[in-house]
Design a protein around this ligand. Structure first.
Ligand SMILES: C[S@@+](CC[C@H](N)C(=O)[O-])C[C@H]1O[C@@H](n2cnc3c(N)ncnc32)[C@H](O)[C@@H]1O
Length: 191
């Protein structure tokens, strides 16, 4: 039996935790597939904020949202996710249903621009402040590109440290998937 691509499994887990009228953060907007899915989940009255350091990714995603008539639910911010705590208002702290990370490089873009261990783990820590009790932190990591193993090691250590020291209810769940480069390519072509 064919298993759906991990990116789809992540989206299914996220949409189960998402609430209409809720709040969601797309920490890595990229080509906007996840942003669009989150916008659909929170409609008609919820909000999505998306971060990416590449303006071209945000432009592309804006077009995708416009085509779906969902742009009014989404604010796209051209900044690193490591600034989310400073850039989002207090209303997001402890009040966010989902924070979604899809790490690595922009498919179809410059493969040398990748998420980095330090900024990723800083953003993960800030995500825990954003999430409501029972919220979901979703993480997709990729193997195979230069820099991938260092990021996987840093994120794995961050998760292990958090689970040892976690003494508060948020988040309800961390969903984490790791794709190999070959599998990631076939996943992208399926999207
Ligand atoms: C794998 S892509 C994301 C795919 C996206 N979720 C989608 O559905 O198409 C990773 C993205 O992370 C972005 N990125 C890299 N460093 C970042 C940072 N510090 N903050 C936010 N985004 C970053 C890259 O520019 C790239 O567009």
């Amino acid at each position: 039996m064919n298993r759906p691509p991990l990116t789809k499994i992540a989206q299914q887990a996220v949409s189960r935790a998402c609430r209409a009228h809720g709040r969601a953060i797309d920490a890595t907007v990229g080509n906007g597939h996840d942003t669009l899915m989150l916008a659909r989940c929170v409609a008609p009255d919820g909000r999505v904020v998306g971060f990416d350091i590449q303006p071209s990714a945000l432009d592309h995603t804006r077009q995708r949202l416009n085509a779906a008539g969902l742009e009014q639910h989404v604010e796209l911010i051209n900044a690193g996710h490591e600034h989310m705590r400073d850039l989002l208002g207090d209303g997001w702290v402890g009040n966010t249903d989902i924070v979604m990370f899809n790490l690595g490089y922009l498919p179809g873009g410059d493969k040398s621009i990748i998420t980095q261990p330090d900024t990723t783990t800083s953003a993960l820590a800030q995500s825990l402040d954003m999430l409501r009790p029972g919220g979901l932190l979703s993480l997709m990591l990729y193997r195979g590109h230069p820099g991938a193993e260092a990021e996987i090691a840093a994120v794995t250590q961050w998760i292990e440290t958090r689970s040892r020291s976690c003494n508060r209810p948020a988040p309800g769940c961390i969903w984490c998937g790791v794709l190999s480069h070959r599998r990631a390519q076939s996943t992208r072509s399926n999207r």
